[in-house]
Design a protein around this ligand. Structure first.
Ligand SMILES: [Zn+2]
Length: 423
């Protein structure tokens, strides 16, 4: 039975060259005393743009593990899959992020809505979740509304889960349900009923990724009301705890935060609440590594710097096309994007300073960073030329990748969860 441990970290890189650098960073956390399980995640969309197959992610993870002699668990995540594309992942993945966001608000068959209403009879007229200040008033209207919104999504998750299970076998993989790629966040009350549906359909998920309040734009920091986020995050923790105890979901069920990279502002909030309630977490941040590759290439000067300037220049001229698939998760102000002419005059360290996620750096430009974030498609189109540059400059790039994951992510989110660290 594969059971995901308390702390896990969804890492990975689009071009599959940074496996070792990523694992070295995680190994530093182990040496510091906190055991974080690496999960290599790559979505169907990323495979599509970069023209890779899921076997390559598996190979990358296995090779890094072998080369560093990593002897703790690690997993490979079929990230954001659905019924139409999961099959090609099944031989190579042992973690499945079942994305049913597009099924929200689709009507479920009336007989299953009735069955759900009956199952909710156990609640009586109110639910009090320990720690939650308000009791949830249960009535027919609330249950019907929640079923109309989420039941067909959970039913689809069940179909996908059974499909994977039929091929791989029970207990041989970790399942996550994700609902994060939508505009409207799920409330903790939504979460309570969604977990009830998941339990009733017998899907033994170990992680769940809701859409949280605030903007999770690609590559840049959290934008939103951190107090509101804190309240919601804590309520989700309490609701999950209640669902585990009362609905019979797996005991290690935990929140999964799809960060879209680098949500530094909410890391301390998460740390405080995870420590307060002694809960685990799964954090996904894979896109950040592509940005470090670009930084590493810029710092390598010569052909490598020329290539990343070219990537920017092409991305600038094709910005509408590149941004379109990410329109909900990027916010670029065109007026503050540097012109390609200006960027072409930059030194490697100027380019790196504009891109690296150090907000105090005078040259840091979050709009530039977001555009580069979605520009990996341009690098993919460069094909072997880009891949050779990654290989030739692997030392500089590897240092950037490792330092970013270790200093800006593991040290900020996971290390402070250690029991021995003082408040
Ligand atoms: Zn996601």
């Amino acid at each position: 039975m594969i059971q995901l441990g308390k702390y896990s970290f969804g890492i990975g890189d689009r071009f599959e060259h940074q496996g070792e650098a990523l694992l070295k960073a995680i190994n530093k956390a182990s040496e510091a005393g906190i055991h974080v399980i690496p999960v290599w995640n790559k979505s169907n969309r990323e495979h599509h743009y970069v023209n890779t197959e899921p076997i390559s992610t598996r190979k990358e993870a296995d090779a890094a593990v072998a080369s560093l002699g990593w002897n703790a668990p690690y997993l490979v995540d079929a990230d954001h899959i659905n019924l139409s594309n999961v099959d090609r992942f099944i031989p190579f993945c042992d973690f499945y992020t079942i994305d049913v966001a597009s099924w929200i608000d689709k009507p479920a068959p009336p007989e299953s809505v009735d069955a759900f209403k009956q199952a909710c009879g156990i609640f009586g007229t109110s639910i009090s979740v320990p720690g939650l200040e308000v009791t949830v008033q249960v009535n027919n209207e609330l249950i019907t509304r929640t079923a109309d919104k989420y039941l067909s999504a959970v039913q689809e998750a069940s179909r996908i889960y059974r499909h994977i299970e039929a091929v791989k076998g029970h207990g041989t993989f970790v399942a996550e349900i994700s609902l994060d790629e939508v505009e409207v966040p799920q409330t903790p009350v939504d979460m309570l009923f969604i977990l009830k549906m998941i339990a009733d359909l017998g899907i033994p998920i170990q992680t769940i990724a809701p859409k949280f309040t605030g903007r999770f734009n690609k590559g840049v920091d959290y934008i939103g009301d951190t107090e509101k986020f804190a309240l919601e995050f804590e309520q989700h923790l309490l609701v999950i705890d209640y669902a585990v105890k009362n609905f019979g979901l797996p005991e290690n069920l935990k929140l999964s935060v799809h960060s879209g990279s680098d949500k530094f502002t909410i890391y301390p909030v998460m740390v405080r609440l995870l420590r307060k309630h002694d809960k685990g977490i799964h954090l996904k941040t894979a896109g950040t590594t592509w940005l470090e590759e670009v930084i590493g290439l810029a710092l390598s000067d010569g052909d490598a710097l020329m290539a990343v300037k070219e990537i920017y220049s092409i991305a600038y001229s094709r910005r509408e096309e590149l941004c379109a698939p990410y329109s909900d998760v990027i916010d670029i102000t065109e007026a503050v994007l540097p012109s390609p002419d200006l960027v072409n005059g930059w030194t490697g360290s100027e380019f790196a300073g504009a891109l690296r996620h150090i907000q105090e750096h005078p040259g840091y430009n979050p709009d530039f960073r977001q555009l580069i974030h979605v520009a990996y498609k341009v690098a993919a189109e460069m094909g072997p030329r880009f891949l050779s540059l990654l290989k030739e400059n692997r030392e500089v790039i590897g240092k950037c990748v490792e330092e970013n994951i270790w200093e800006r992510h593991l040290q900020r989110l996971f290390l402070p969860l250690l029991k021995s660290v003082e408040d």
